[in-house]
Ligand binder design. Structure first.
Ligand SMILES: NC(=O)c1ccc[n+]([C@@H]2O[C@H](COP(=O)([O-])OP(=O)(O)OC[C@H]3O[C@@H](n4cnc5c(N)ncnc54)[C@H](O)[C@@H]3O)[C@@H](O)[C@H]2O)c1
Ligand SMILES: O=C(O)C(=O)C[C@]1(C(=O)O)C=C[C@@H](O)C=C1
Length: 296
């Protein structure tokens, strides 16, 4: 076997993303020789033991990081700062700290003050997931052919970037190095706003008067169904994303609202060309996703 990328990898938060990482390592031990999982929820720890997807399991993240050469934070973005503050003093000198958070500027701001000069922090974000959460939801091929976005800070070393690049390539992803603010803007439009719209449209449907609401359930095997998949995502994760990428999300929502108003105007004034062009753009985007193999 080739030299493994890491000897001992700790995943803090073995939910959808963390357990998918652990499962992938279990399949490919050239990524890490030994895996440790840590989760403050005792039921998650119990389930990870039952699933046998980590070599060792701890309820206390502080205890779990001893001797690790890579620690992956796969917890909600609002919890990252506190956990980093607690674990960093117990990490091995020279170890890498990385994360999978959906927002980057907030996570970096929360973690950086606690990063000591002997720890390398490499912020990262795998652009892959589902509407499910928890250790049962993960699967080893989740990251296959997806993107992992790495957003180095001015203190991130090239050696750290190279190691995390290898790590995520071994998970099956392609890599892009992105500027931190740019990452948050792009994710606001491709991920955060679509979730906001999905949660909102379900709430709007639910607030209709009784008769129409029951029809939503009867006839929802249409476009609405696709929104309900996205809207069934985890409330804690998404509350944290919305509160931690506020500026970019509000900016994209404002643009979207303007475009929705333009569409409303076109419908009111029967502007066939505008309506047709808008629909055609949507179809083109869908086709390019299929061509780029970004649809499972
Ligand atoms: N779900 C997705 O599609 C997706 C995709 C890419 C990135 N992410 C990001 O990855 C991270 C994990 O998301 P997920 O979907 O795997 O979540 P998840 O809810 O499936 O798992 C998160 C786990 O973290 C644990 N946890 C919460 N607070 C903790 C703490 N303080 N200490 C230790 N454990 C704690 C929870 O008990 C849970 O088991 C989030 O930051 C999210 O933004 C999610
Ligand atoms: O595929 C889904 O259902 C997801 O919600 C995954 C998704 C996304 O919006 O694309 C969600 C959050 C992430 O940070 C990255 C990926």
């Amino acid at each position: 076997m080739n030299t493994p990328i890491f000897n001992r990898v700790v995943v803090i938060g073995p939910g959808l993303i963390g357990s998918s990482i652990l499962r992938r390592i279990q399949k490919d031990r050239s990524i890490a020789l030994y895996t440790v999982a840590a989760d403050t929820n005792p039921q998650v720890c119990e389930r990870v033991r039952e699933l046998a997807i980590a070599d060792e399991v701890y309820q206390d993240p502080v205890q779990s990081v001893k001797d690790a050469d890579c620690v992956v934070l796969a917890i909600p973005v609002g919890a990252m700062g506190e956990v980093a503050k607690n674990i960093i003093p117990h990490m091995k000198k020279g170890a890498i700290l990385t994360d999978t958070g959906s927002t980057k500027e907030s996570v970096i701001k929360a973690i950086e003050p606690y990063v000591t000069s002997d720890i390398v922090f490499v912020p990262a974000h795998p652009m892959a997931g589902t509407e499910f959460s928890g250790p049962d939801a993960g699967f080893e091929s989740l990251f296959e052919n997806r993107w992992c976005l790495i957003t180095p800070t001015p203190h991130t070393t090239q050696a750290g970037i190279d190691k995390i690049t290898k790590f995520w390539q071994a998970m099956g992803t392609n890599i892009r190095i992105l500027d931190i603010k740019h990452h948050d803007k792009v994710c606001a439009i491709v991920s955060h706003l679509p979730h906001l719209i999905a949660f909102t449209i379900c709430n709007t449907a639910d607030s209709l008067e009784d008769e129409a609401r029951s029809e939503v359930l009867d006839y929802a095997a249409s476009g609405f169904r696709d929104f309900t998949r996205v809207a069934s995502s985890d409330p804690t994760m998404w509350r944290d994303v919305f509160l931690n990428n506020r500026e970019a999300i509000l900016e994209m929502l404002a643009r979207f609202t303007e475009d929705a108003q333009a569409m409303a105007k076109a419908i009111r004034w029967k502007d066939e060309d505008y309506i047709t062009q808008t629909i055609q753009k949507g179809r083109r985007i869908r086709k390019s996703l299929i061509d780029n193999k970004q649809l499972q």
